[in-house]
Write a protein that binds this ligand. Structure first.
Ligand SMILES: Nc1ncnc2c1ncn2[C@@H]1O[C@H](COP(=O)(O)OP(=O)(O)OP(=O)(O)O)[C@@H](O)[C@H]1O
Ligand SMILES: [Mg+2]
Length: 534
């Protein structure tokens, strides 16, 4: 390096300043008062994808994102009017390939010897990735909070729905067709079922693990959905499928993956009322540390599912809120706004991540990344036995439920099927009953979350007295996933022993019968996998 301690000649000083501009690690430009770019450095060219020749002589407005143009103009105007000497701004540029770049921009006004505005030096730092990872993190945190809220709400809701649906069912059975109350009750029941469906969707947002994860190839799932998709989309939409040989498998719940694909396809259809193309692409990809960091997922191998449409696209305001539950731009009755919230929740609980690219008039692309697994799918299971009618039953059931209304309705369902029922309002009560009751108790049917003593804890205590006691749980969380934090610690019910609320009579009775048919103290009651959740 040459010695810079001695005074520089004019030519040397000029060369040094030129190099400081040319070789700066950030994008730099010199623009004249009217906003024309006079000089650009190599970094700026690289950031925007243009050559220096293409940029020089251009107006800055031509490379500014339309939505940020007004703000940029105002800043430049105030600079040129002498109102200030510089500004800082976060704004978007449009690269040569049409993609968007976010930049932190610092502009400084240079004046001539007489103090008149001469030109502006602009310094731009690419913060696109930083903004993306901040955005991903923000969405992840928001969805976490929403899921928590939804799960809690759904739990209480399911207790109410158990009572409403159960009682409406009993009343309907007692009425004759022509009874004037018949129609009212049918409507109550219908509304109740709709509410239960909604609660189910909310619960799905809060679930931490897939219901029944299996190893499967996304291509197989797409193939099985083909005919349904074409019916759903209609003839005005062309479906294009691309994939690559040797696509890896993923571990997800099949019905959840189907739901993801259908939700995205229906959204695409709605965005293309005049027709267009829906492209479904699957590929093996590897997320390096950088990409994984941005997408908030661990680096490694993934299967990427890309769903893109040539539809209306979304502006930024919509893009920012699409994953919010109940955010919809559709007319009432046309959309609930839970589609993408559900997609997000399902992808996240598979351990994956997703990104969205969309602009008005430029269509929409969702990229979903599911962790790839080296395992291969299990052979197809033997067809399940057809459901049987519930026969009149025998046996004594100890029912424990702190909510009186839910307890009464459940009791009545059990009694109507011929069981003997001992009802308790909580753990203490149940222990007393157990001590005092001389005859056999065949099954403990208990709520999970109860004040003072939880269902699992109670089961453990009762098992100490009667080791062969069969146990079934009822829960408004309906989550047979063992790692749900709301079932903290060792008090996790054995998978497959949980009956979801709202309690549906047919499900309750078939699960109870199934449990009673297992030899007491046998599998499903000693910690092995129980019967599949109904
Ligand atoms: N492919 C797309 N193109 C354009 N806009 C979309 C697309 N997908 C989603 N959106 C926008 O995002 C909003 C939310 O989508 P989401 O699927 O969560 O709810 P919805 O479709 O409105 O209702 P639901 O899916 O519950 O029936 C939509 O209302 C729409 O404005
Ligand atoms: Mg939708």
């Amino acid at each position: 390096m040459r010695d810079l301690h001695r005074p520089l000649s004019k030519a040397e000083a000029l060369a040094v300043f030129r190099a400081a501009f040319e070789q700066a690690p950030t994008g730099r430009a010199l623009s004249s008062a009217d906003g024309t770019l006079r000089l650009v450095n190599a970094k700026l060219c690289e950031m925007l994808g243009y050559t220096a020749e293409e940029l020089t002589g251009r107006d800055y407005a031509g490379i500014t994102h339309p939505e940020d143009l007004a703000a940029s103009r105002e800043h430049v105007r105030s600079l040129m009017a002498g109102e200030r000497n510089g500004f800082q701004l976060q704004k978007r540029y449009v690269r040569k390939d049409g993609s968007v770049m976010w930049a932190d921009v610092t502009a400084t006004l240079l004046r001539d010897a007489g103090g008149r505005p001469l030109c502006v030096v602009v310094d731009a730092l690419d913060v696109t990735e930083q903004r993306r990872s901040e955005e991903q993190l923000r969405v992840a945190q928001k969805m976490e909070a929403v899921a928590h809220l939804a799960g809690g709400l759904a739990h209480d809701f399911n207790n109410f729905m158990s009572v409403i649906l159960g009682r409406a069912g009993f009343a309907l059975e007692r009425l004759r067709e022509g009874d004037p109350l018949h129609e009212d009750l049918v409507e109550i029941e219908k509304a109740g079922r709709r509410a239960a469906t909604l609660t189910d969707q909310l619960l799905a947002l809060g679930r931490r693990r897939a219901k029944a994860p299996e190893i499967l190839s996304p291509d197989d799932v797409l193939r099985d959905l083909e005919s349904m998709l074409s019916r759903l989309l209609g003839e005005h939409i062309t479906v294009a499928r691309t994939t690559e040989p040797g696509l890896r498998c993923v571990k997800v719940d099949r019905s959840e993956l189907e739901q993801v694909i259908l939700n995205l396809a229906v959204n695409a259809r709605d965005a293309m009322p005049d027709g267009g193309t829906l492209t479904l692409d699957t590929a093996n990809v590897t997320l390096g540390a950088d990409a994984a960091g941005t997408l908030v997922a661990p680096p490694g191998p993934y299967v990427r599912l890309t769903v893109s449409d040539t539809g209306a696209g979304m502006d930024e305001a919509t893009r920012e809120r699409v994953f919010d539950p109940f955010f919809t731009t559709k007319r009432p009755g046309q959309g609930t706004g839970l589609g993408l919230a559900t997609v997000y929740a399902i992808v996240r609980r598979s351990g994956g991540c997703l990104e969205l690219e969309s602009a008005p008039g430029r269509g929409t692309t969702f990229r979903l990344f599911f962790p790839a697994t080296g395992e291969t799918p299990a052979p197809a299971p033997i067809a399940p036995a057809p459901p049987r009618d519930v026969p009149a039953s025998q046996g004594t059931i100890l029912l424990v439920e702190d909510d009186a209304a839910v307890r009464r309705v459940t009791e009545r369902m059990l009694l109507s099927a011929g069981y003997r029922v001992l009802s308790a309002t909580g753990g203490g009560d149940a222990l007393l009953l157990m001590e005092q009751h001389d005859g056999p108790i065949d099954l403990l049917l208990t709520d999970v979350l109860m004040p003072r003593m939880s269902g699992p804890k109670l089961a453990e205590r009762l098992r100490r007295i009667r080791p062969s006691l069969r146990v079934l749980f009822m829960s408004g969380y309906a989550a047979p996933d063992g790692d749900d934090t709301r079932w903290a610690g060792p008090e996790v019910p054995i998978p497959g022993t949980v009956i979801p609320k709202p309690i549906d009579r047919a499900t309750l009775l078939s699960r109870v019968r199934e449990a009673l048919e297992t030899p007491s103290g046998g599998a499903g009651n000693e910690g092995g996998p129980g019967p599949a959740p109904g």
